[in-house]
Design a protein around this ligand. Sequence first.
Ligand code: SAM
Length: 279
Amino acid sequence: MTDETAQQHKQRVIGVFDTIASGYDHAALRFFVFAADRVVKTLRPRPGQKILDIATGAGAVAIACAQAVKSDGRVMAIDLSQAMVDKALENARRMGLTNIDQFHMDADALEFRRNYFDHSVCSFGLFFLPDMSKALNEWVRVTKAGGKVLFTSFSAATFDPMANLFVEQLEARGVEMNNPPFASRRLSDPDVCLELMRSAGLGSASIEVAQVGYHLQSVDEWWAVVWNSGMRGLVQRLDEKTQVEFKNQHLASIQTLFDENGLWMNVEVLISQGIIPSR
Ligand SMILES: C[S@@+](CC[C@H](N)C(=O)[O-])C[C@H]1O[C@@H](n2cnc3c(N)ncnc32)[C@H](O)[C@@H]1O
């Protein structure tokens, strides 16, 4: 990607996340909070430590880390979308947490000095970065030797069969999809995650798989997932009238997937982590 296309890509990402920030902590999207708990279990931050949460979104990981490092520790939470930074701040205040600082900052141009953080973490953000290696090297730079760099991504089967239907039905209406259709699929292959960690010089690179899915109880809940996530931008490539037709058709086909427990939403998370070598 040229520098110019990378900048255009980032502007698009900002546009999407500024739009969806207000609904990002909708209950149908609670897998972010479930995943954050798993992240903290794997990261094991200790009281007093300094943690960087990259691409914080509504702050799920930052909040879980802030609770783990207790009042002597500190979490710096950064995001490229100002609306997300505001949302994370609002959520931290609501939880009564005073040990999180939120900043509007680009994940691949961190304004922190070398060896500053005990650990750096990025949940569901790395796949949005135009140059994933460059970003990971930046995270390695600001993390102390012996500390961990951890990132999460979704396995290829996450949100299926709903996500595949969503893509097929949009394509049938003439929407041109990116390849892959969802940015998250750039990091669905564990080998790609391992290779990224190795080439950034991280030691003991490993991947854990965690299932944080649940049953949705109505098609409206699935639509809440679509409308409050990056999928909304794809729907909005249609004109308004066609968006309504698409929604009706899509939700009618989703309805057929329900069983007596509801609609299973598979959310399989890859938790990748490596250790900063001594330097
Ligand atoms: C899927 S959300 C992650 C949510 C959060 N980490 C969580 O697990 O709940 C992705 C976030 O990445 C942010 N993002 C995308 N590109 C970024 C960049 N270059 N620098 C910082 N944040 C970025 C978006 O604004 C969005 O808030």
